[in-house]
Design a binder for this molecule. Sequence first.
Ligand SMILES: [Zn+2]
Ligand SMILES: [Zn+2]
Length: 264
Amino acid sequence: MLFVICGGVWAVYPVVFSISIFCGMFHCTVTALLSIFTIASYCLASFKSAGAPPGIRWGSYPMVGKNDLENYTFCTYCSKPKPPRAHHCRSCKTCVIDMDHHCRNCVGASNHQAFVIFLISVVTSCSYAAIMTIYASYLIWPPLEFPNVSSYGQMGSKKVLMEIITSVASSAFFLSARGIILVYLAFASLSVNAGIAVLLCQQLSLIYEGNTYLSHISSPTDIHGEKGLRNLVRFFGCPYPLSRLLLGYTNTGKSQNNSGSKLL
Ligand SMILES: [Zn+2]
Ligand SMILES: [Zn+2]
């Protein structure tokens, strides 16, 4: 990890600053903001409690009010009632509300939002790193040679493509150490980005469906909460004007569709 950070700073910064001071300062600001955002969301997702169920009085009839334990089941590990939408985590040895999964820390109702924001910031950071490393590689890449460029008109597209690939591959032998590290970082950030982006899409689609990963596995057809854009807006705690705009827009779309179908 330290190699990637130091390599990235050493390989990209001199190239970006060579374009202009403004580009360099802009790059410094963006990387600092993305780093702070990623580290802060990682710490929140890793160290915040996942969401233990609230303590509830239980026992014989006089202690428990009517309907107090409605839809509750009994957790044999904790030896106490388990609320609906809670799962017992054997690693944490406790029940967790809306448990999604366990990796280092449990991800549940309290830190699920931080986990998804962490995934978004990783995807954004990796995309930015990939763009900057590819752009810096392009700037310092050795000049390409095309010996048969005059006969490209008579050659097929396959042959032209092969000529270009051969020219790029042969020029890569003259790459400097900085260029080699840039190419490595570009491939590394693209591959990490692909993996995390798949995970993020899965998480967003589960939230859209009103489900968690564990609930989805245990009962794929059940919906455990609100569904659709409304659930995404609630999940991210969008400020009122934005949520009103998003939900108002979808409601308008729905009402227009309804009025359209009535007319038909
Ligand atoms: Zn339990
Ligand atoms: Zn756990």
